[in-house]
Every structure is written in structure tokens, then in C-alpha cells.
Design a protein around this ligand. Structure first.
Ligand code: PEP
Ligand code: MN
Length: 353
């Protein structure tokens, strides 16, 4: 993907970039009161949902186009950038007409390639930042594919939002964080800014601080947090919204560690890691050579490749030994499962030669 590194002029220095505002725009007064309180506390980007995707019919589905002038008023009165969710081409046209600065794509929309293509087509030739939430299901390719559609329409200011993944078990999180997925996204697309949405991951306000800190520790670029002037009275997602005051408190407590830290001692430690990895590879190569010898023996003596008893013994013994060395048994088992799988593959090659 061809991306532009600056999402919004003047915002690139600050980590985290903060987007905050209510789940939904409810009334002009609620929108303006919340925006002013946020702006007074230094927030520069305002969010509010105008069209709301609801799981069940009959819930509050957003005010619709009527709320767009309220966002315009936020821009005029506070100077904040304003952002809202689009799910159809019509939403895109309405937002562009109303001068919305940033649009985001909701999780349910990202999961639908037809809807994504329709939105991408509507955005063709427009230069605004587009934030793409992860799809509801933990499918990294679907997430990247959605962003590629926007990128192919010529838009270069794209960012991802990690909002967690839907699951049957909603005991702790509303949407499971599954951090390995945004971590893999960072590896695949290092230039792509990533926001965390602790509000929709947690589903409850008590979890926002710790989820935000975790996102910062993992090097996320920004946070998008639901904030409402009167959270308990919110028309949607009340349990996860916080006042601008609480948001300010949480943001001030965040510990922001530097992204790249190349002090002498870190370099020294990394050298040790390189040596360990080198030793590991040499040892693995040696182990595979022995395995192939065993393969030849098995072929000559007509012995089965897979010896389940021996395999179980290896997993159990290595797991126990790993624990004695202060490691996690399941982790060691996983490592030896991978090694065993490759050994079997190598022996099969010998047998079939
Ligand atoms: C939202 O941001 O209010 C929203 C509906 O989020 P998601 O698409 O992540 O459910
Ligand atoms: Mn919401």
C-alpha cells in the first residue's frame, strides 16, 4: 500500500493521537457541550456516530444527516477536526457535503467487501483521512483488504483502528483484544498508523485505562475513546463512556515509552539475543540431521515413522524440563510440536525417496 505518513497536519508529533467524543450524536446541546469540554482539555479530534449500526432492531439508530450541522458547529466553535462513521456511499456523500474532516469505517462494514468497495468508489479522488476498524471476526486479510480498497481508490491517509473481535464469551471484554492481530498488522504494514479503541474492546469504562496503557506499550499511535458529557444518560453504549474529565485523568496517567530505544545496553542485550538465536539454529540443524539418520534407519528396517509413544514421551519430558528451567509448559510443548512436525516431514521425504 502506498501511504502518506502524515494523517493530519500538526498531529504527527503527539503520541497518542487522541480522538474522543460520544458514541452517538444525540442532540445539538450534547454534542456541543461534550466537544467544548474535550477541547478545553486539549483534545483536537472529535468523534460522534451519526448513523449507528445496531445489533438488534428497535435500538437508537442515530440521528442521521440532521446531526451533521452539529459537527460543523463543533468545528466552527472549537476548531477541532470532526470525524464520523460511514457505512454506505450515501453516508460518504453527505459527509463530504457537510465538510466532515475524517471518516471511519465500522467493524461490521469492514467485514463486507461489497460495502467496502462501494465506499471506496464514493471516496475516489477525495483526500481525507479514512480510519478502518478491524472486522468483527479476527481476520487480518479481510482488514488489510478493506484498507487496500480505500488505497486503490487513491486515498493515502489511512489508519487502522483496533476495536477487538466479537466472541461468544463476553465475560471480561465486550470484544476480545487478540493483540497478536494488530501486532502482525504492524509487521506487515509498518507505515500504517494504528489506533486502539479501548471503549469497544472493554465495553465498560473501568477497562479503558489499562487497555489504553497496553496499546501504548505495544507502540500504537493513537486512541479513539468514547466520551460523553453525561455518560450514564447516553443513548448508546452508556456503560463504556467516560466524561471528558475522566478521559483527561486517564490520558495524564499514561506512561509513554519511546518507540525506538537504541542505547548501548539495549544493543548489548540484542547482541546476546542474536547469539542465542544463532546457537538455536545450529542445534536445530544438528537435531534434524540426526532425525534424517533415524529416517534412513526406519526405512531400512521397515519401521513406522510416527511412533506415538515416543512423541508423547518427548512432549511430556521436555514440558517438565522446561518448567524446571522457569518456562511455561504449554510454550515448550508448542515448540516441540513444531519441531516434531518438521522431523516427521523430513523422514517422510526419506521414506518416499
Ligand atoms: C462506534 O465506534 O461507535 C462503533 C459502532 O464501533 P464498532 O464499529 O467498532 O462497533
Ligand atoms: Mn459505540
Amino acid at each position: 500500500m502506498e501511504l502518506e505518513s502524515i494523517l493530519l497536519p500538526g498531529m504527527e508529533e503527539n503520541r497518542p493521537m487522541v480522538i474522543a467524543g460520544p458514541c452517538s450524536a444525540e442532540t445539538e446541546e450534547q454534542v456541543l457541550t461534550t466537544a467544548k469540554q474535550l477541547s478545553d482539555r486539549g483534545v483536537k479530534i472529535f468523534r460522534a456516530g451519526v448513523w449507528k449500526p445496531r445489533t438488534k432492531p428497535g435500538g437508537f439508530e442515530g440521528v442521521g444527516v440532521e446531526a451533521l450541522p452539529w459537527l460543523k458547529a463543533v468545528k466552527k466553535e472549537t476548531g477541532m477536526y470532526v470525524a464520523t462513521e460511514v457505512a454506505t456511499a450515501k453516508h460518504v456523500y453527505e459527509c463530504l457535503k457537510a465538510g466532515i474532516d475524517i471518516v471511519w469505517i465500522g467493524a461490521r462494514t469492514t467485514a463486507n467487501p461489497f460495502a467496502m468497495q462501494e465506499i471506496a468508489d464514493a471516496l475516489k479522488g477525495v483526500d481525507i483521512p479514512v480510519l478502518v476498524k478491524n472486522p468483527v471476526n479476527p481476520d487480518l486479510e479481510l482488514w488489510i483488504g478493506a484498507m487496500e480498497r480505500i488505497n486503490n481508490a487513491g486515498l493515502k491517509r489511512i489508519a487502522a483502528i483496533h476495536r477487538g473481535f466479537s466472541s461468544f464469551d463476553k465475560k471480561l471484554y465486550r470484544n476480545l483484544p487478540q493483540w497478536h492481530i494488530p501486532i502482525e498488522l504492524r509487521r506487515r504494514l509498518p507505515e500504517l498508523p494504528i489506533f486502539c479503541d479501548p471503549s469497544h474492546i472493554g465495553g465498560k469504562r473501568e477497562l479503558i485505562a489499562s487497555l489504553s496503557q497496553q496499546a501504548m506499550d505495544l507502540g500504537f499511535d493513537g486512541l479513539i475513546v468514547e466520551s460523553h458529557c453525561s455518560p450514564d444518560a447516553a443513548w448508546s453504549d452508556a456503560a463504556q463512556q467516560i466524561t471528558p474529565d475522566v478521559l483527561d485523568y486517564i490520558l495524564n496517567l499514561l506512561v509513554i515509552r519511546k518507540d525506538t530505544h537504541t542505547t548501548e545496553s539495549l544493543n548489548e542485550l540484542r547482541k546476546q539475543i542474536d547469539e542465542c538465536d544463532n546457537d538455536l539454529i545450529q542445534l536445530l540443524a544438528k537435531r534434524m540431521r540426526v532425525c534424517r539418520e533415524i529416517g534412513t534407519y526406519k526405512k531400512e528396517h521397515g519401521v513406522n515413522i510416527l511412533q506415538t509413544g515416543r512423541y508423547n514421551e518427548i512432549l511430556d519430558k521436555r514440558g517438565a524440563q522446561g518448567v524446571l528451567c522457569g518456562m511455561d509448559q504449554d510454550f515448550i510443548k508448542k515448540v516441540f510440536e513444531a519441531i516434531h512436525e518438521e522431523s516427521v516431514r523430513q523422514q517422510m521425504e526419506i521414506i518416499n525417496r
